[in-house]
Design a protein around this ligand. Structure first.
Ligand SMILES: [Ca+2]
Length: 210
């Protein structure tokens, strides 16, 4: 290989390097995350609804500062959580990890489901947390704004089992109207009402637990 070719390759490599950080630096990443608006039904047993089957797939793009795409970020480092931390988790079930590592454009999706109790109507947000190890120049941590997906479990009190306590709570708001509306009981369409459709959803998960 001639010296000119080597110089050309070196200059190309330098010109595409997206960062100038040293290992161990803290790097503020930039991220975009978006999703449709909706409600995700959850069961502590992990057999609630998936985001993708409810048309609620979350799309994530991870960048270095300067909008340079960050490819090959492991699914271990990208996940979704409820915004106000109101879910009670079965194991790691209060997180939904990305469906695949980021592609060449820094993009991936989040498509799975929670295994949890509780109710969080404040939305969900994406976290990216890449440790310093591996090919990354520094620890990268970022979080998205809250996305408009309400998370509602049939384990209403979050004790990780769907039992008589939950049944009693459900009964206090069923049906609505005429009873006062409790959004945490509103699992299924039509939304803004608590009807037989919501009860049917609840009933198929009775006695479920972690
Ligand atoms: Ca409903």
């Amino acid at each position: 290989m001639s010296r000119n070719v080597v110089l050309l390759l070196v200059s190309l490599a330098v010109s595409v390097l997206p960062f100038t950080y040293a290992f161990g630096d803290f790097v503020e990443c930039s991220m975009t995350a978006s999703s449709p608006e909706g409600v995700l039904f959850v069961c502590p047993q992990g057999d609630g609804d998936r985001l993708d089957t409810k048309g609620l797939t979350v799309t994530v793009t991870v960048n270095y500062p300067g909008a340079v795409p960050l490819p090959d970020v492991s699914t271990d480092y990208i996940w979704l959580e409820a915004c106000s931390g109101l879910l009670a988790a079965c194991g790691d079930g209060a997180k939904i990890h990305a469906s695949a590592p980021t592609n060449a454009n820094g993009q991936t999706t989040i498509t799975g489901r929670f295994a949890a109790g509780g109710c969080d109507n404040t939305g969900v947000q994406v976290f990216v947390n890449i440790p310093t190890e591996g090919p990354m120049p520094g620890a990268i941590i970022c979080e998205s704004a809250c996305l408009p997906i309400a998370v509602r479990s049939c384990d209403l009190d979050g004790n990780l089992v769907v039992n008589l306590i939950d049944f009693s709570t459900f009964g206090q708001g069923y049906q609505s109207p005429p009873k006062a509306y409790n959004a945490c009981l509103d699992f299924a369409a039509p939304f803004s009402t608590v009807t037989l459709a919501d009860y049917a959803k609840y009933g198929t998960h009775s006695s479920h637990h972690c």
